[in-house]
Write a protein that binds this ligand. Structure first.
Ligand SMILES: Cc1cc2nc3c(=O)[nH]c(=O)nc-3n(C[C@H](O)[C@H](O)[C@H](O)COP(=O)(O)O)c2cc1C
Length: 340
């Protein structure tokens, strides 16, 4: 109700300014005790050895630095994923770099991992009061050559390890040159091997096991998904997140901003993302859990992801179009299905 009143005002603003205004307003409302504590009669879901209070998470990219953890936790999510964070701070691409395509409930972004660096993110996590499940999504700096990309991931993994419930390895953003090449078999084999070695070393030192999840693109062919699945199984990666944004413009042709460079998300991404989930599900045969993300605009869309083989779901663009009411709406659909 409240969001349907605020949305036309937000949509008058430049999308990146609206993003900051929305998050700052949420922070103030939360600090003033005005955010509703969402009733939690949801059945927890056990995934990657973690107990998620409910299956709806915040997708990466909305809170890149972990600046709004406490405020976002008041919206009823079962967990939050922050990042993508890189070892060193970087400004991202020049503005404008975020575009709304309201006719299709879609967004195009080419943010380019704008973030304050891993040390600042860790400081924010330390200062947050939130004690729930926190995924930390890691990437590489734009100027790190692809050959040394694994050093960036290892550096981030080491720093976030003590503070994360799980760590997402993001190799699927279309906005960092060549990043998606890390999805190719040889590169991925090498990257996953070094990450698992580091994970074992950090587990040995801390006594804490932090699962790894790989976030993949919706623009992969079936054979590429099959190869990635075998590597996930080979290296015993604990989870897979499908999907990131797409380079395709199917469904938005001819619309204002449709030809902006970047990744498309929201409604037009949904089917492609579901297709990747289905393929993963048939390759992984339940051995590795799938977190489904891409184009969830209502409860039914989220149930479709579960039907495709996902165990948990995440949302981002749906929040821009539907507001925070999307979270309880998905939870209602989930509870209705459970009670049937
Ligand atoms: C503005 C914006 C920034 C994003 N930044 C990141 C990011 O830093 N890391 C990441 O893994 N995904 C990022 N994503 C992708 C989302 O996490 C999600 O995978 C994608 O948008 C599909 O979900 P949706 O259709 O619900 O938005 C971003 C998406 C948007 C719209």
């Amino acid at each position: 109700m409240m969001y349907s009143l605020a949305r036309p005002l937000f949509f008058l603003l430049d999308p990146e300014k609206a993003h900051h205004l929305a998050l700052e307003s949420l922070r103030l409302a939360n600090a003033a005790g005005l955010t509703g504590r969402i009733r939690n009669d949801n059945k927890p879901v056990s995934v990657m050895g973690l107990e998620f209070p409910n299956p709806v998470g915040l997708a990466a990219g909305l809170d890149k630095n972990g600046d709004y953890i406490d405020a976002l936790s008041s919206l009823g999510f079962g967990w939050l994923e922050i990042g993508t964070v890189t070892p060193r701070p970087q400004p991202g691409n020049p503005k404008p770099r975020l575009f709304r395509l309201p006719k299709s409930n879609a967004v195009i972004n080419r943010m380019g991992f704008n973030n304050l660096g891993v040390d600042k993110l860790v400081e924010n996590v330390r200062n947050a009061r939130y004690k729930g499940i926190l995924g930390i999504n890691i990437g590489k700096n734009f100027d790190t050559p692809l050959e040394s990309a694994s050093n960036d991931y290892l550096a981030c993994l080491e720093k976030v390890y003590p503070h994360a419930s799980y760590v997402t390895v993001n190799i699927s953003s279309p906005n960092t040159k060549n990043l998606r090449k890390l999805q190719q078999s040889d590169e991925l084999d090498h990257l996953l091997e070094s990450l698992k070695r580091k994970q074992a070393e950090l587990e040995g030192l801390s006594g804490k096991h932090v699962p790894l999840a790989l976030k993949i693109s919706p623009d992969l062919s079936e054979s590429e998904i099959d190869e990635i699945s075998s590597l996930l199984l080979k290296h015993e990666i604990e989870g897979v997140i499908a999907t990131n944004t797409t380079l395709s413009r199917t469904g938005v042709e001819g619309q204002l901003h449709a030809s902006e460079a970047g990744g498309l998300s929201g409604e037009p991404l949904r089917e492609a993302s579901n297709g990747v989930i289905r393929r993963l599900h048939s390759c992984l045969a339940g051995k590795i859990p799938i977190i489904g993300v891409g184009g969830i605009m209502n409860g039914e869309d989220a149930m479709e992801k579960l039907d495709a083989g996902a165990t948990l779901v995440q949302v981002y663009s749906g929040l821009i179009y539907r507001g925070p009411g999307l979270v309880p709406e998905i939870l209602n659909a989930w509870n209705e299905r459970r009670d049937k």
